[in-house]
Design a protein around this ligand. Structure first.
Ligand code: DX5
Ligand code: ZN
Length: 220
């Protein structure tokens, strides 16, 4: 049994960037509680997306979803407050940059947000092990971050099992999220490996029928 109910978090990266508020509102209209927001700095990953003003604009447009904010930044600390004020609910930072993660998590909590920790496909689970009792969410990247539409890395399943095993053994309550190449089939594989939170960009926004997709996800 997963400790958390399964959650589908559509990634706005795959939405219509000329109509981001509408793309985000479609998620809310389906009754899904979470929206995944990919923030890229052109350094940590070779791509650029949107910043805090976009989150603030979505809030002004009436969006009430839980903003699951994935910071793909070399140096997130100076930006935490901007994203928190803009309406982020959690702030997920990567383990790879040599930053003061303790300070990042302390500041995140001070700002009233939940803490997330993300690891890239080439980063072993052991890198995040010391932080497991400090975070609300662990995000296992199932593609190299930077772009939507990539192929799911099945070799990440043992990493999920390892992290889920630690969670059970230590009775920790963090969510275990996957991001990259997630569709109904790969979500089912990740669920079996312990994941409970599923980011889907392409599979959600390019689905011929999003209602049917969300419904099918609910039956996983
Ligand atoms: C990739 C991002 C993902 C992306 C997933 O760097 O972190 O959130 O939107 O896109 P799909 O679901 O298309 O792989
Ligand atoms: Zn993401």
């Amino acid at each position: 049994m997963n400790p958390h109910p399964l959650l589908l978090a559509p990634s706005l990266l795959a939405g219509d960037h000329a109509r981001l508020a509408e793309s985000a509102a479609q998620v809310q209209a389906l009754g899904l509680p979470w929206l995944h927001l990919d923030i890229m700095d052109g350094h940590f990953v070779p791509n650029l997306t949107f910043g805090p003003e976009t989150l603030a604009a979505l809030r002004r447009a009436g969006n009430k979803l839980y903003f699951d904010t994935h910071l793909m930044l070399d140096d997130p600390l100076p930006y935490l407050e901007l994203f928190a004020r803009a309406g982020a609910n959690n702030l997920s930072v990567h383990i790879e940059p040599a930053i003061d993660h303790r300070a990042v998590f302390a500041r995140t909590r001070q700002l009233g947000c939940q803490c997330g920790l993300v690891l890239n496909p080439d980063t072993p689970a052991s890198a995040i092990e010391p932080w497991l009792d400090s975070v609300d969410l662990v995000l296992v990247m199932t593609v190299q971050p930077g772009f939507g539409g990539q192929t799911f890395r099945r070799d990440m399943l043992p990493k999920l099992r390892q992290i889920d095993g630690w969670r059970r053994a230590r009775q920790l309550g963090f969510r275990l999220e996957v991001d990259g190449g997630i569709d109904l089939a790969t979500a089912a594989e990740c669920k079996a490996a312990g994941a409970d939170t599923f980011v889907a960009g392409t599979a959600f926004y390019k689905a011929p029928d999003r209602v049917a997709f969300a419904h099918a996800f609910g039956l996983l």
